[in-house]
Write a protein that binds this ligand. Structure first.
Ligand code: HEC
Ligand code: HEC
Ligand code: HEC
Ligand code: HEC
Length: 449
């Protein structure tokens, strides 16, 4: 008898184990567009505020935004068609930029001007259909999607919605949820986007500060027009590098000389301190291959004459990529553009000698690239980590022509979403390469007669 029970138990256990299929990643072509509601459905009468917030965020433009369109259609798709190694990105870019197009197996989706459903980009239904991710690390759109009548969210709510049911998904309260799309590995197995991993290594994660705390701030708000008011509703701002207010003052600056008075011909050493006060990850993060942050220091004499002061080299390996230069780079754009002789464009487009805070990406031939999918290795990571402070020094030999009086020393930290020579070459709208001033500070030295 005892033996038989044992057998029955084992039998039941086997059945149970067979039924618990490990959840797997939602893949290309596993759904139809019609499985997902349009954002207007969610936002036209119920979630009106969240809808307007989302409309202003890059989330609603991830497929349609001009630079995304140019990079995908002019570079990534033709490149993927020529090079077997990166063929997967033709579909894969949209695993994050237009998940419903990817899930519907629409490769490549119609151009944004065709107004297809791919334009919905990262819609309400995308995030609110995610139940989890496959594996241990969220990256490369390894989401598990369950579109349907049940929406996954962080709170059940006091009032039952007439439009859907809600199931609480605790994952949505954590930064791991964001990592599904904010970590990316290239076909060469290189981490080319690691905002979530940077956050996990940094101080904010340890203190329990989530991505949502900075990008979906809490406020007293009605989450649906007919719903209850909550003291801690999560606003859907998703404001980042495209929001000047978010960028403003990200890094605090101080500049000081080693001597307060000097004579022409003397040497002054200037120190600049840069403190990352605001980001929960490195700065810059995300599309690191595109971004450029640089420190420009100059002296202005009493007659208004300006002297540019180049940064002192620190002397570590790979530093040449971190000092403004006039050499050419990004030759691998020639692959997609059918120009095997392509010489590249200017690497930086900023004053020669300025300090750059970045991490260079290299193609399989070791040339610097802005094509993250064609990245086979990374250079030295000289970005500014969360709450990290970096210092730079500048040596200025005061020219004899500098007149007596005040010599103003000015330090400016500038930022561009996309290095300008690349933006100009690909005809990306100027808003993407406009210089954004992150911070500025100045001090004076007295020039003695
Ligand atoms: C389904 C994929 C996906 C998920 C999940 C996701 N994002 Fe994003 N996010 C994107 C894409 C794609 C963009 C880029 C839009 C563009 O510029 O093309 C983006 C852009 C952003 C931006 C704007 C960056 C800028 O340059 O201005 C912020 C901020 C952001 N996401 C934060 C978050 C946070 C916080 C979470 C988690 C609560 C999250 N994202 C979850 C795909 C996703
Ligand atoms: C990039 C992913 C993403 C997108 C896109 C998105 N949401 Fe959310 N939403 C979240 C996350 C994450 C939370 C929970 C945040 C938390 O509680 O920490 C959330 C919470 C909510 C909540 C509950 C808020 C609360 O405080 O109770 C509602 C309602 C909601 N979203 C509606 C929408 C609507 C409507 C849209 C489209 C206009 C939308 N969401 C688009 C990620 C997203
Ligand atoms: C302590 C606040 C804070 C936290 C936590 C935080 N961020 Fe940010 N984030 C910022 C600020 C400030 C910026 C604007 C400066 C910049 O572009 O890096 C920003 C920028 C971004 C950008 C644009 C980056 C770029 O350079 O293009 C993305 C994407 C982003 N955050 C996503 C996330 C995700 C995902 C998480 C969690 C894994 C997160 N953030 C956690 C403050 C935060
Ligand atoms: C794993 C998800 C993921 C994949 C795959 C992905 N992206 Fe992105 N992409 C993002 C996120 C998230 C951002 C926003 C990062 C930021 O703001 O710094 C982004 C930003 C961008 C931007 C910059 C937008 C801007 O205005 O600064 C472009 C262009 C872009 N992606 C194109 C592509 C192309 C082309 C591919 C395929 C080769 C691709 N992406 C693959 C998630 C992804």
């Amino acid at each position: 008898m005892v033996k038989n029970y044992h057998r029955i138990f084992l039998f039941i256990l086997t059945i149970l184990l067979l039924n618990v299929t490990t959840p797997c990643q939602s893949t290309l072509g596993s759904f139809k567009y019609d499985d997902f509601k349009k954002p207007e459905y969610c936002g036209s009468s119920c979630h009106t505020d969240f809808y307007q917030q989302w409309k202003q965020a890059m989330m609603s433009q991830a497929y349609t935004h001009e630079w995304d369109e140019i990079e995908y259609f002019k570079l990534a798709v033709p490149h993927a068609e020529k090079d077997e190694k990166v063929a997967e990105v033709k579909a894969g870019c949209n695993g994050c930029h237009s998940p419903i197009a990817y899930l519907a197996g629409d490769v490549p989706p119609p151009l944004p001007s065709m107004n297809s459903r791919a334009n919905e980009s990262v819609s309400c239904e995308v995030c609110h259909s995610i139940t989890g991710y496959s594996g241990d690390t969220p990256y490369n759109f390894n989401y598990i999607m369950k579109p349907g009548k049940t929406k996954y969210s962080s709170r059940k709510g006091e009032i039952t919605s007439p439009a859907h049911e809600i199931e609480v998904n605790p994952l949505m309260k954590t930064g791991d949820f964001c990592g599904i799309c904010h970590n990316e590995k290239s076909p060469y197995d290189i981490w080319v986007k690691s905002t979530h991993l940077e956050w996990k290594e940094g101080p904010y994660f340890k203190e329990g500060v989530q991505c949502q705390d900075c990008h979906m701030p809490k406020a007293e708000f009605r989450t649906a027009s007919m719903g209850a008011k909550y003291p801690d509703a999560r606003l859907h701002l998703f404001h980042g590098a495209h929001d000047k207010g978010k960028l403003s003052g990200v890094i605090e600056l101080r500049v000081y000389p080693d001597i307060e008075e000097a004579e022409p011909g003397e040497t002054v050493k200037l120190t600049v301190v840069l403190f990352n006060q605001k980001t929960g990850h490195k700065f810059p993060s995300g599309s690191v291959e595109d971004r450029i942050v640089w420190l420009h220091v100059e002296a202005i004499d009493d007659n208004g004459k300006v002297y540019h002061i180049p940064v002192d080299k620190k002397g570590f390996a790979g530093e040449e990529y971190l000092i403004g230069s006039d050499i050419l780079a990004y030759q691998d754009m020639g692959i997609a553009l059918n120009d095997s002789e392509f010489k590249g464009v200017q690497r930086d487009g900023i004053p020669v000698g300025d300090r750059i805070f970045r991490m260079p990406y290299f193609d399989p031939q070791g040339r610097m690239t802005i094509q993250q999918w064609n990245t086979a290795s990374l250079g030295v990571d000289y970005r500014i980590g969360p709450r990290e402070t970096k210092t730079e020094t500048f040596t200025f030999n005061i020219p004899y022509e500098v007149p007596e009086g005040k010599l103003k020393i000015k330090a400016v930290l500038n930022y561009q979403l996309l290095v300008k020579p690349v933006a100009d070459f690909l005809k990306v709208p100027v808003s993407e390469s406009e210089i954004v001033k992150i911070n500025e500070q100045s001090t004076d030295i007295i020039i003695l007669p």
